[in-house]
Each structure stands twice: as C-alpha cells, then as structure tokens.
Design a binder for this molecule. Sequence first.
Ligand SMILES: C[S@@+](CC[C@H](N)C(=O)[O-])C[C@H]1O[C@@H](n2cnc3c(N)ncnc32)[C@H](O)[C@@H]1O
Length: 290
Amino acid sequence: MQPQNGGLYVDGTLGAGGHARGILEACAPDGRLLGLDVDPQALAIARKILAPYEHRIHLAQASYTSLSKQLEKIGWVAVDGIVLDLGASSMQFDTPERGFSFMEDAPLDMRFGPHVPQTAADLVNKLSERELADLIYRYGEERDSRRIARAIVRARPLHTTRELVSAIQAVSHRRGERLNPATRTFQALRIAVNEELASIEAVLPQAVEALTPGGRLAVISFHSLEDRIVKDFMRQQSRDLVNPPYERIYETERKATLKEVNRKPITPSEAEIQNNPRARSAKLRIAEKL
Ligand SMILES: C[S@@+](CC[C@H](N)C(=O)[O-])C[C@H]1O[C@@H](n2cnc3c(N)ncnc32)[C@H](O)[C@@H]1O
C-alpha cells in the first residue's frame, strides 16, 4: 500500500488491528486511518491496541459494504489506500462460543456480527435438502454435498457444532484425507451466513471509486471463491472495455480504472507459514487506481 505521511487509509476488516497499526506506523506522524469491522468484540480489542494513535483514527462498527457511506460520514472524499483481509479472524476461530470451529463444541452461530440476521443453525435446520446441498457444493466446493445434506436433514434439529460434525462424519468416505471431513461444510455455512461473496462484490467498485489516482487497493483472500472474485474484478478493471459484449448491453465503453501491481498473487513464505499455519492459503492482490 506504500503508506505515506499525511495520507488517508482504510482498513475495512480491522480484526485485532494488526494491519491498521502497521499502516498507522508507516504513515506517521500525520496519516490517518478509518477502520471498520462488523464484530463488536474485534472492535473493542482494536480500539485498545490502537489507543496510541487515537487522534489519527476513526473506528466504526460497520460493514465494509457501506464503505462509501462511512467515508461520507467523516468527510473523506478520496483515500490513498484500502486494505481488505477477508474472512474470519483467528480470534473468531479461537473463540469456541462463536461456532466457527469444528474442533470445539458450541452453538451453531458463525455470525461475524450481531447485525447478521441468520445463524448457521437457522440454515441447517430450515433449508431444504436440495438448498443445503447446493449451498455446501457452491460455497464449500464439497463433492459429497448431496450425501452431507441428506445426513444433515436426517439428523435435524441440529444445535451445536459437534452435532453437525457427527452428522457429517457418519457419511464421510474420505477418512484418510488431511482435511477434517467437516471443513468444507463449515466454510460453506460461514460464507452463506455472512453473505461473504456478495459483500466482496459490493465493496470492490466502492473501493475503486474512493481511491485517489495512484492510491492502492490490497485484498487478502483465503480460498479460491474469494480470490476469483478479486482477481476477475482487478483484471476487468485493468482493461479498456472498447466493444462491450452484446449480452452485456447495460455496459457502455469504459476506460480501465486500475493497474494490477502484481499479476500473480503474493503468497506467504515458508517461514511465515511455519510461524502462522493459518496463513498458508492467503493470497494478496494489489491494484493501483489510474
Ligand atoms: C482476517 S480478519 C482481519 C484481521 C486483521 N487484518 C488484523 O490485522 O487483525 C477479518 C475481519 O473482518 C471482519 N469482517 C468480515 N466481514 C466483514 C464486513 N462485511 N465488514 C467489515 N468487517 C468484516 C471479521 O469480523 C474479522 O474481524
């Protein structure tokens, strides 16, 4: 992101404030940062960690999908950098009662924040077998989605992560695999509960709009579904659209708005993965506003 003294930056996924602190250090003494997170617990922790920079930060419990509105609220017309570190935080995974982890027994919650209208329990108990199978296939890229959906419907009502794990394990054929058989179903439910993919699609155009020319958008994704959206968006926006395909008649000719800084995503080194195994699937893509 190349933060500079005096610049304005946004961390749309504040978490525990690690990236925010790095940015604030790099744009000292006068750069400022807007930090957003939907999770009040994350925000409380970030607020403490970022206390030394109090006079240079604005923090809000809000979704990054409301980026334009949040910027308008504080009167920032254009910003120099935006970072999005997608998905759930280690803190959320490691708080058993949030229900993100299949290693712990907890209520099937998985909401990033209290504004999210439905929990994972609502989805597993209310959707039809077909809808569940589609959801697990689409958001979990799980080949056994039909079998798992059938097992879930048979085991209903399900209230806890352990009950869900047992239902999945009972029909799993792939015992020798490195991944726990519940991994993909948990990922799928988390994405669906929080409407994660739609949120990414909603924020990217707002981010481009908010950046000043030369400003950078940096996005870290953790699985192929997220990465595909980011990659496709950055690629499309990096090309002039001269002759829109006839099926997309709503699009008119437009000039490229971004330049990809790295065509291949930046991935963690072996040393970083050793230090933080959860980083292993991270991909960082950066684009610069033209
Ligand atoms: C991977 S963590 C970020 C960790 C952070 N970069 C740090 O340094 O600690 C992702 C964070 O994004 C938050 N989040 C997820 N969806 C969001 C959304 N739509 N708007 C704002 N925050 C969101 C989650 O609550 C979580 O705290």
